[in-house]
Design a protein around this ligand. Structure first.
Ligand code: HAM
Length: 417
């Protein structure tokens, strides 16, 4: 029996790769125009980074990390997200020294040991952006605007932006107390995980997806009514920046997101067609994370989106993918005797800048023509004994199906004309 791909992972096959090139290319093009620089961090980090960064009592840290020891027994974890690694690199490479505000982006695989389902994988790809070093509400709006620009360029429609403020260290303490008080006599009706969350991190109860807990949460006090003056004013300014740019959003005072590092703004972008896993992306401000990971207090804000979910949405919305790039030329030979000449000609054609290929099996001319047709090349060059004796080859225009004999030393000119 052959070995299958691990549960929750998938191959990206050659027939789908052009979708990935297209999306990744678009992301890189827009982000570089908006002033973001790419950063590539390792696929694994010391486990402690995520425990401290994401939060000990989050689902990601308690249930979803792929953790393993290295040969010396230090605990490593496949990165479940990109923000904590980017902040680690920001600190390790003293990026704050060269510039006060740093704008970074990343693209690549993340790993979470979740129960696989439509749109939810154990290895998935994210693109993310992080602005480190500014507390300006305009930066929060810029993150949202940037991501929407990417979605728009890809043609995505019917996306909903949900936004909230989860307050800061100061005002959250009071809110958490109020929430705890509200939950006290309802504790017995919470799910077993939320009973634990009630003690360890009550805010996480707001993120529970179980119906019984959701019902209890419905009437819980809301965080936006308990914000301090600074958080209130920050939130109002973010919303005003978005209004100014005519960006339609919906406030959702129960949005807390699955990571503990958020402060003030938290937001999510959802796509109706995705079913239960409807978040196409999410992010927010994380003003305490840099300090939490050993740096000086440094405000920051960012966002990440799942690329698989973007592809699913594009397909569901029947948005057309750009036509796949095809090769210019296929070199075929009438007889295997002409292999060497065909090979040499192929290299010459490639060296002049055309994209070209040949078939290395010893198939008949008919089967080579079938391959050329399937590849959708513009021209096929046919190398045969009779023509070679006159220093010529046959050039077939695959669209018009016209073919003519051309001199080898004039072939490149013929291809260009
Ligand atoms: P997150 O909400 O955990 O945020 O993930 C962002 C996006 O990644 C989700 O909205 C979803 O599209 C995709 N995603 C997450 N888990 C899976 C999965 N198992 N399968 C497929 N797609 C998935 C973060 O990761 C934060 N680091 C975002 C951020 C950046 N906040 C500030 N800066």
């Amino acid at each position: 029996m052959f070995i299958r791909v691990p549960k929750g992972t998938q191959d990206i096959l050659p027939e789908d790769i052009s979708k990935w090139y297209y999306i990744e290319g678009m992301i890189k093009e827009i982000l570089s125009k908006y002033g973001y620089k790419e950063i590539r961090t390792p696929f694994f980090e010391y486990t402690e980074l995520f425990v401290r960064g994401i939060g000990e009592s989050t689902d990601i840290v308690t249930k979803e990390m792929f953790t393993f020891p290295d040969r010396k027994g230090r605990s490593l974890t496949l990165r479940p997200e990109g923000t904590a690694p980017v902040v680690r690199a920001y600190l390790e490479d003293s990026m704050g020294r060269t510039s006060k505000v740093i704008k970074l982006f990343y693209l690549g695989p993340m790993f979470r040991c979740e129960k696989p389902q439509a749109g939810r994988f154990r290895q998935f790809n994210q693109f993310g952006i992080e602005i480190i070093g500014t507390k300006s509400p305009a930066a929060d709006a810029e993150v949202i605007i940037t991501v929407l620009a990417i979605y728009k360029k890809l043609g995505l429609k019917n996306l909903e932006i949900l936004i909230n403020s989860v307050g800061c260290k100061k005002c959250r303490v009071d809110y958490v107390q109020k929430l705890k008080k509200y939950l006290t006599n309802k504790k017995d009706f919470l799910c077993s995980e939320c009973k634990e969350r009630y003690t360890k991190n009550p805010l996480r109860v707001l993120d529970c997806k179980k119906d019984s807990c959701k019902k209890i949460i419905e009437s819980a006090p809301v965080i936006t009514e308990n914000l301090c003056q600074e958080c209130k004013s920050h939130f109002a300014q973010v919303k005003s920046c978005l209004d100014d740019q005519k960006i339609i959003f919906r406030e959702n005072p129960r949005l807390v997101r699955g990571l503990d590092y958020y402060t003030k703004t938290a937001f999510e972008i959802i796509s109706g067609g995705l079913g239960a896993q409807n978040a196409i992306g999410g992010g927010g401000r994380y003003d305490d994370l840099v300090e939490e990971l050993g740096g000086k207090p440094t405000p920051a804000v960012g966002f990440a989106a799942g690329i698989e979910r973007m592809i699913i949405t594009i397909d569901q919305q029947k948005i057309e993918w750009p036509a796949e790039k095809r090769l210019d030329v296929f070199v075929a030979k009438i007889d295997k005797k002409n292999n060497d000449t065909a090979f040499r000609l192929l290299q010459k054609i490639r060296n002049t800048g055309f994209s070209a290929d040949m078939d290395y099996s010893e198939g008949s001319l008919k089967s080579q023509m079938r391959i050329a047709n399937k590849m959708g090349v513009r021209y096929t060059v046919i190398v045969g004994e009779e023509e070679l004796s006159k220093n010529m080859v046959i050039l077939r225009n695959m669209k018009t199906k016209e073919q003519k004999e051309v001199r080898i030393d004039n072939l490149i000119n013929e291809l260009t004309s």
